[in-house]
Ligand binder design. Structure first.
Ligand SMILES: [Zn+2]
Ligand SMILES: [Zn+2]
Length: 168
């Protein structure tokens, strides 16, 4: 089983403040609305119609508690339904594992807000299809197609509504 961690302060922040200090308060607002699903490695609980908890486990051999954001899961499910089977190549990362594999120091993988995914079967066309769908569904998309993956995360969109897109 998994526990949901939910901070009820999500509605406490006046929306006006978001506009005044976007970069800082955007982050705070996000932390307040977050709903993480907590699970342990090898937990095969079905979290959504097509994903089980262990698919998002950290790949190290040390950490115990792992996390995945509920909105991320919902959006992934939408992509999965549209394009077919998806393999999660990197889900949650504990800080040590993120460091070990050279992840960005503030990687959203450490917060349970990001996944790297691959289409099944894996080929140029299926990767393109996956990337295009992710562009529709997510606000933050890392194009790792040359390295055979797409990174998506659910950090809040920029205040001007522009999506974050970058290439690995
Ligand atoms: Zn770990
Ligand atoms: Zn990633």
């Amino acid at each position: 089983m998994y526990d949901s961690i939910y901070n009820e302060a999500q509605d406490a922040l006046p929306s006006r403040a978001y506009t005044v200090y976007p970069s800082l308060l955007c982050r705070l607002f996000y932390l307040w609305r977050i709903m993480l699903i907590k699970f342990q490695k090898n937990d095969t609980t079905q979290l959504s119609p097509h994903f089980t908890a262990d698919e998002f486990s950290c790949s190290c051999n040390n950490c115990v508690d792992n996390f995945i954001d509920d909105v991320l899961l919902e959006k992934l499910e939408e992509v999965r339904v549209a394009i077919g089977p998806i393999k999660v190549t990197s889900g949650y990362r504990c800080p040590q594992h993120n460091k070990d594999i050279g992840g960005a120091p503030s990687s959203s993988h450490m917060a349970g807000l990001a996944v790297d995914i691959q289409p099944i079967p894996l080929n140029v066309d299926s990767l393109d299809k996956l990337y295009e769908k992710c562009l529709q569904v997510f606000d933050n998309i890392g194009d790792g197609r040359p390295k055979r993956f797409v990174h998506v995360d659910v950090r809040p969109a920029k205040p001007n509504g522009v999506k974050r897109k970058w290439v690995y």
